[in-house]
Design a protein around this ligand. Sequence first.
Ligand code: OAD
Length: 261
Amino acid sequence: MNSTPTASVAPAIPAALIGRLRKARSMAALTGAGISAESGVPTFRDAQTGMWAKFDPLELATPDAFRRNAKLVWDWYAWRRELVAQARPNAGHRALAAIEAANPNFLVITQNVDGLHQAAGSRNVVELHGNIRRVKCSRDGTIVATWDDSSPREAPRCAQCGAFLRPDVVWFEETLPDDALVRAEHAARDCDVLLVVGTAAEVYPAAMLPAYARHHGAAIVEINPNPTRLSDRVDYALRGPSGIVLPALAAAVWGDVPASP
Ligand code: OAD
């Protein structure tokens, strides 16, 4: 494994990786909360700053939690929706959008629910865990555009059937949207290089995608300031924040990549 020490300046990009990326027919990136950290969206598992250091996922991000206390769950997601609404894409998101502009055969597979890849200009995006900006009926999944959030006692209800509304995100114990998983698996099987950016790679099935891609011959490139449980099984580990490493990688491989919006 090639690796470079943790640094806030961009690590050197190995020549062999540059060659591999230039030759790649098809590429994908699996992204996690770390890519949005520099946009001010907290990660989940980082000690001190991660969401799960402050909140219990079993109380907030499971179907049981919602059945027990829909209002608590709704309010927590409403708070996060506000946070995300104020966040702007950072240089890491923009670099991935620029890579796609230079190589249309590039898919971003994200575990994030913040929509920041699309805001940065990425078009080929698969959202494995849904999108916090959308709200749906908890009974039949119909997406709703507006809701009445004025009750201090209960979560808003579906205007059609009266069931509680919920965020259109995947909770623990729920299955991922079929079409998203199929597209992600296909890209992992098909790509020559998989960038794994800002994820602790601890939540399945997303965490199996790097092993799957490697099994099918892809080079795996981890971009993360910290080692993860994946690090022993990657071909390259570029240590540093994605907002610094990804623009450096894009510039080293493609030179002046077109600016994204
Ligand atoms: P985690 O919080 O588990 O991991 C975030 C990763 O980002 C860690 O490995 C950090 O080292 C890394 N990181 C922090 N700052 C970074 C930066 N500036 N640049 C690059 N990397 C950085 O988040 P995920 O792996 O995305 O699921 O978590 C996966 C899933 O677990 C989430 O989608 C969510 C959560 O529970 C659901 O809610 C279903």
